[in-house]
Design a protein around this ligand. Structure first.
Ligand SMILES: [Zn+2]
Length: 314
């Protein structure tokens, strides 16, 4: 704060700046130490309430997100007492990570000169957006089919301001933040909810591709189909499967198998590609269809009882 204040006054960036406390500096952390105490994967990994608050990091896939809601980023107060020397001054309260809405707009703020309760100038209140997302580690999605008895606990994360931009359900993110404890009291019991308030959010993966992004890498006919099928998440895959391998099998025939072939091809470069077992005789068009599909794979090998082992790697 002092360094920025010195730079701003020396270069005369902000007219009327008289003290470092008039500057609000938001430090966004880009990394944390790699020791285990700084990284969590589930809600139960949060340090106990009694421990010193510290920054933590979570990496995973956003499973759910609330709609953006408004919160008060800053509120401005002034002294209403006539003749008080502090009357012309403004007292600004800002939201800081971990604090509640009531802490920013609470009326129990007093004048430093005459100790009278301050009055808020509502016209100077600044509003921003926040959302709460639930994140699970990426590996929990990959293992869910092989270990159906496993249950994974999501980590709730509060994201505020411009950090909300670009955060979408299905995306993979790395979040650095501080734990926030909220006491919720009912008539008979009291609960403490612990969530992470984001200090910085990094996009580390992409589970879906937008139409605009696809246009840059796909041929024009496919882009046209993608644009025409934007009304449904299934229409593009179904249309692609319908016309897949039209040279060897009539469009529409073996539709389910063509869909599975496309899925297998699309997942061939991932750590867990989709395996496909098809049982048929050589007299059906199926071998030709599989041969057509394998010609689109980056690596393929064909074996049969009548031909030698041969392969391609391109
Ligand atoms: Zn006063």
């Amino acid at each position: 704060q002092n360094i920025c204040f010195t730079a701003a006054t020396t270069l005369d960036w902000i007219p009327g700046l008289s003290s470092p406390s008039q500057l609000l500096l938001e430090l966004r952390l880009s990394s944390l130490p790699t020791s285990p105490g700084y990284s969590i994967t589930r809600q139960s990994d949060f340090p106990p309430l009694s421990s010193e608050p510290r920054f933590l990091s979570v990496t995973g896939v956003v499973l759910s997100a609330t709609l953006p809601s408004e919160y008060t980023q800053s509120a401005c107060f002034h002294c209403p007492v006539e003749g008080c020397s502090g009357r012309g001054s403004h007292y600004v309260r800002l939201h800081v990570a971990g604090s509640s809405e009531a802490a920013t707009v609470r009326p129990s703020v007093h004048c430093h000169i005459c100790s009278s309760p301050l009055t808020e100038d509502l016209s100077l209140r600044t509003i921003a957006h926040k959302m709460v997302v639930n994140v699970v580690p990426s590996h929990s999605l990959r293992n869910s089919l092989s270990t159906p008895s496993h249950r994974h606990q999501a980590t709730p994360i509060i994201i505020r301001g411009e950090l909300c931009e670009g955060v979408r359900v299905g995306g993979e993110y790395s979040v650095i933040g501080v734990p926030v404890h909220t006491l919720n009291e009912s008539s008979s019991r009291a609960f403490v909810y612990t969530r992470l308030e984001a200090n910085n959010v990094f996009h580390v993966g992409r589970a879906s591709i937008s139409v605009d992004e696809a246009k840059a890498v796909l041929p024009a006919p496919v882009t046209d189909i993608l644009s025409a099928c934007s009304y449904s998440p299934w229409a593009f895959s179904a249309t692609l499967a319908y016309s897949f391998a039209a040279e060897v099998v009539p469009p529409g025939a073996y539709h389910r198998l063509k869909l599975a072939l496309l899925l297998s091809l699309a997942s061939s470069s991932t750590p867990s590609p989709l395996h496909l077992l098809t049982v048929a005789t050589d007299t059906t068009p199926l071998p030709a269809l599989l041969l057509y599909g394998s010609s689109l794979a980056s690596r393929s090998t064909q074996l049969s009882s009548t031909s030698d082992l041969w392969g391609s790697n391109r």
